[in-house]
Ligand binder design. Sequence first.
Ligand SMILES: [Zn+2]
Length: 99
Amino acid sequence: MLNVKKNDKVKILSGKDKGKIGTVINILCKTRQVIVSKINVITKHVKASNGHTGKLIKKEAPINISKVMIVCPQCKKSVRTKYNLTKKTRICRICGVNL
Ligand SMILES: [Zn+2]
């Protein structure tokens, strides 16, 4: 069970996008990675084939889940969430709102 869900706002804790905030667009459970909109963008070169010309595409590369922190929509702070097992909800440790 990962703490991060799709559409969560997360803050990047390390790497070239450190300090930026983005929205989670995909979660890779197996590798414990997330893909965050406009964060960790890499330029990929697609080789020419079948008569198409090669081109550069920009794409978000996955980042390890330990390098992001959820940003609470209420108190706007990046928080480590607490998982409430009885209610099966995540709670902001600072303001107590359900995330
Ligand atoms: Zn909060």
